[in-house]
Design a protein around this ligand. Structure first.
Ligand code: UTP
Length: 296
């Protein structure tokens, strides 16, 4: 069977899960009343960047795993008819596309409430009813990716050839290793690595490599059974990394070395870095910001 046959047999990736139920403690007090995912880089909330990346690869349904206090995320993706009419009457039609982007018109948004923050793995497990036996994408909105060929598209292309669950990874500094899931690489071909093992937040001296998981995945539905077998870690959370570790025993799981820019906007440093980088490229304010930075 050649690759074109495989593509025909492959199930299309139509659904994306966006877990947004975390507390965002690193951004307190900003995240006391505002979800971390609604913090904006210039004028667009982090969560919208992720939704747009998903839609670009043909995702039709977005499943948010949210918490009861994060109603502003739903409000953000609901159409705002009233303000649209107001803008029209004021002749500010150019703002309407920003308010109610037409690319969201045909997208189905679902909201599942995670009542207790029992970890990323637990959050993903709540999507099982809606996913059933399809492959699906996972996007963590606090990781922001910029590349002409999006991070999710890079994963999708490899998934179409392999049909194996696949995770975006990048190389990181040893001093940061304890913050991430880290893989032990097996066979490597070009930018694809077969994962031999994966460890959540290892100490630097125990890390199997400097290759860390970043917030984009395409997973087969077999992950749901593994999530049921995962025991809570020492903080009481069910980790997605631990379910992937179990999945490796049964089937091949790949890592794709992401080619492009990545900002960890869940940390203050990454958030500020992204804000500076994106503002410097902004057609409206880029030059002004350059001058401002020079002055500082
Ligand atoms: P983080 O580890 O970044 O946690 O979660 P957090 O709560 O968002 O932020 P900090 O560390 O307290 O500052 C990674 C992703 O998993 C989601 C988060 O919303 C984020 O997108 N998550 C985490 C859940 O949806 N539920 C959980 O129980 C935990």
């Amino acid at each position: 069977m050649d690759n074109s046959d495989k593509i025909i047999l492959m199930k299309k990736i139509k659904k994306a899960v966006l877990p947004v139920a975390g507390f965002g403690t690193r951004f307190l007090p900003a995240t006391k009343a505002t979800p971390k995912e609604m913090l904006s880089i210039i004028d667009k909330p982090l969560v919208q960047y992720a939704v747009e990346e998903a839609i670009e690869i043909g995702i039709e349904e977005i499943i948010f795993i949210t918490s009861p206090s994060k109603y502003s995320i739903k409000k953000h993706f609901d159409k705002s008819k009233e303000l649209e009419e107001k803008l029209r009457s004021l002749g500010k039609d150019d703002l309407i596309e920003k308010l109610n982007p037409s690319k969201f018109d045909d997208i189905k948004f679902h909201y599942i409430v995670q009542n207790e923050q029992k970890g990323l793995g637990h959050a993903i497990s709540l999507a099982e009813q809606l996913i059933q036996d399809e492959p699906f994408a996972v996007l963590l909105p606090d990781d922001l990716f910029f590349s002409n060929d999006s991070c999710l598209n890079q994963l999708k292309r490899s998934y179409e050839i392999s049909n194996a669950s696949i995770i975006a990874v990048n190389e990181i500094e040893l001093e940061d290793i304890h913050k991430y899931g880290v893989i032990k690489p097996g066979n490597i071909k070009d930018n694809l690595i077969e994962i031999a093992d994966i460890i959540e937040k290892p100490e630097a001296d125990e890390a199997p490599s400097n290759i860390a998981v970043c917030g984009r995945y395409i997973l087969n539905s077999s992950i749901f059974n593994k999530l049921k077998d995962v025991l809570p870690d020492k903080t009481g959370e069910i980790q997605l990394t631990d379910a992937i570790k179990l999945l490796i025993d049964d089937e091949m799981v790949l890592a794709c070395i992401y080619k492009g820019e990545k900002f960890d906007c869940g940390s203050k440093r990454g958030f500020v870095e992204a804000t500076i980088a994106i503002s410097l490229r902004d057609i409206e304010i880029g030059d002004e910001i350059k001058n401002v930075i020079k002055k500082i």
